[in-house]
Design a protein around this ligand. Structure first.
Ligand code: 0PR
Length: 387
């Protein structure tokens, strides 16, 4: 069966009437799940902030691969970077708005490998690290050395220490791991990395827009950012809890000189050198990130995080009272299971998008589009299943 009712030729000879193209687009969109339905409980992305959407559309044709042509847009990127850098403990950190966490992690390991300059370089990272590091490792010919994790899903720092060798080009810590939201002991990793003279990268793709606000709300939060001296670079994704439209990641380096390690000459462009993986890259993403940062301010983000966390803790209490085994949440990611049935299978069968951890538990990401009323619906269903 054809996917759409639109003619299947790759590109037909004559343009189709506007209405027909629009109809095909709408038809496709209707087959998508929607965040607003509350049924997407597996995603780290959400409905973007309206100011960011407007900025994205207004800056659609801008290209930060040639910043001399788009100096205003470049200024927005600089400002957005400075704001995120300040949020993460070092206003002077330098970097770029990139396409997402994968590009950010690849860029960080690329810099680390170039700076280390060792033969057969290795990277020591937690078992819980995101699979983007595997892509980075294959591309950059790095050997990944996984360190064990503890019961709370954070890395066993003693195992990291044991795995360092003369070939170690970088240590990776995660602040908000994908499955559990766990935060590694970045301070301990920093000490180990500094003793060993090794680069330390922190993947805060999810946690970077959560942890600073949880701390401001009075939650006990581990230090994970540039306030920890050994941290060389941080990945943080505006298109996750930053409420920016996809694609929007961010990579920050403590010093500008680190970026020079991956710099290439771009002689026929308006700038003589380029340090990003992408050449032509979206100025719309940078403008959108600027717009949401400026519209929400710290207070706005704090409110968003407060609501997500309140929902997470409410859900946890109610699940416990229904007899589910629930993990202690680090942030707005909740992992649970039931001794008598397969929660993931039951929920999926009824149209809820939930993910499964490698250990088989149900994993929910309580993003801002997940509202109280959706959780009440979910809870009544789970109550039925347990009775
Ligand atoms: N680092 C961490 C800690 C992540 O969780 C992710 C993505 C990345 C890096 C990579 O980021 P990009 O996907 O932006 O390149 N974590 C989620 C995942 O892959 C992303 C996600 C988002 C998954 C939306 C599902 C979804 O519907 O599991």
């Amino acid at each position: 069966m054809p996917l759409l009712t639109l003619p299947q030729h790759p590109v037909q000879e004559k343009g189709l009437p506007k209405g027909e193209v629009e109809r095909a687009l709408q038809e496709a969109r209707q087959r998508d799940m929607s965040y607003a339905s509350g049924r997407i409980l597996s995603s780290m992305c959400t409905i973007p902030h309206e100011a960011a959407v407007k900025a994205f559309v207004d800056f659609l044709s801008t290209n930060l691969g040639d910043p001399g042509l788009f100096q205003g847009t470049k200024q927005l990127e600089r400002q957005a970077i400075a704001d995120i850098a300040t949020l993460l403990g070092c206003g002077g950190a330098k970097g770029f708005i990139v396409s997402g966490g994968t590009e950010a992690n690849i860029t960080a390991l690329w810099v680390a490998r170039e700076l280390a300059g060792v033969q057969k370089p290795e990277v020591v990272l937690p078992e819980t690290a995101h699979f983007s590091f595997e892509k980075a490792a294959r591309m950059l010919r790095l050997r990944l050395v996984y360190a064990r994790t503890l019961d709370d899903s954070s890395v066993d720092v003693e195992d990291v220490r044991r795995k360092l060798t003369a070939r170690t080009a970088a240590v990776v810590g995660v602040a908000g791991n994908t499955e559990y939201g766990g935060v590694d002991d970045i301070e301990a990793l920093s000490e180990i990395a500094q003793e060993h003279g090794t680069y330390l990268h922190v993947d805060a793709a999810f946690g970077g827009f959560v942890l600073p606000f949880l701390r401001e709300l009075g939650y006990r939060v581990r230090d994970f950012d540039f306030s920890v001296p050994g941290v060389c670079s941080i990945t943080v994704d505006p298109h996750k809890m930053g409420l920016a439209p996809i694609p929007a990641g961010c990579i920050l380096f403590r010093g500008e000189e680190m970026l020079e390690a991956v710099q290439v000459e771009s002689p026929y462009l308006s700038m003589p050198v380029q340090c990003t993986l992408l050449g032509t890259r979206s100025g719309a993403s940078a403008a959108a990130v600027f717009a949401v940062l400026k519209s929400l301010g710290r207070e706005g983000y704090r409110r968003v995080v407060e609501e997500c966390m309140r929902n997470t803790l409410m859900l946890r209490e109610r699940l416990l009272s229904l007899g589910f085994r629930v993990r202690e949440p680090w942030m707005n990611i909740l992992v649970f299971e039931h001794p008598a049935f397969d929660v993931v299978a039951e929920l999926r069968q009824r149209g809820w998008a939930v993910s499964r951890t490698r250990a088989g538990e149900a994993r929910l990401v309580l993003m801002p589009h997940v509202r109280r009323e959706h959780l009440e619906e979910l809870l009544s269903l789970l109550e039925e299943l347990t009775s």
